[in-house]
Design a binder for this molecule. Structure first.
Ligand SMILES: N[C@@H](CCC(=O)N[C@@H](CS)C(=O)NCC(=O)O)C(=O)O
Length: 208
């Protein structure tokens, strides 16, 4: 049975789930959510996910939301990408959701997808300060470890990289973070890897 993933290309949170399935060789297909037309706030979408968020995973009568839950489900079901220490992978998933993707996603939104006149410069500066501290932690960690949670790629890698391949500026420059840069190259060299805009439907150019 082909699993469905409600997603759109600009969503780094959806990318984490899509990339996990893609690299695990999971049978899945995207269901496009027109986020920029407000679909995530529609009653029809709220019936799918009361939280009004993408991604949503559905397979038969199983529906899961929250990228980390979907990633964990795929890892446990396929036996791939959980790593030797489940708690270590979960520790970095939580860190990512709170300090990395949770902040990078909204910063990128404010800087790129909000009309220019509405972009709150002080909020953006505050968020970028928080992100810099987070990139420092990740970069230092990756100076000591090849992958985020141990000696092999895990769902923790596919979570932490969620926003870091996007071209839209949000204050992240790979050249400033050599260990993150090395690690992003290693993830994109994994067999089957795809960029978010090649893995999921929807691209800023659709609205140009
Ligand atoms: N912690 C959630 C975050 C999901 C999330 O914020 N998704 C965004 C798209 S990237 C969304 O659908 N937002 C809808 C909204 O805030 O109205 C996860 O990891 O799945």
């Amino acid at each position: 049975m082909t699993a469905q993933l409600w997603c759109f290309g600009e969503s780094g949170n959806a990318y984490k789930a899509a990339l996990t399935m893609q690299l695990a060789g999971y049978d899945w297909a995207p269901v496009y959510v027109d986020f920029f037309a407000g679909e995530a706030r529609s009653p029809a979408f709220r019936a799918v996910n009361e939280m009004g968020e993408v991604p949503v995973f559905r397979e038969g009568d199983l529906t899961l939301t929250q990228s980390a839950v979907i990633q964990l489900h795929i890892a446990e079901k396929t036996g791939k990408f959980l790593g030797a220490d489940r708690n270590e992978a979960l520790r970095w998933l939580m860190f990512d959701n709170h300090k990395l993707s949770g902040v990078a996603g909204s910063t990128r939104f404010l800087m790129n997808f909000l009309p220019e006149a509405k972009r709150p410069a002080k909020v953006i500066a505050f968020q970028q300060g928080r992100l810099k501290a987070t990139y420092t932690i990740l970069n230092d960690h990756l100076s000591r470890s090849e992958w985020v949670a141990g000696a092999a790629p895990t769902i923790a890698d596919f979570a932490c990289c969620g926003y870091l391949y996007y071209p839209e500026p949000f204050g992240f420059d790979r050249a400033e973070w050599p260990h993150i840069n090395r690690w992003l190259d290693a993830i994109s060299a994994l067999p089957g890897w795809k960029h978010p805009y090649d893995l999921m439907p929807g691209n800023p150019s659709d609205r140009a």
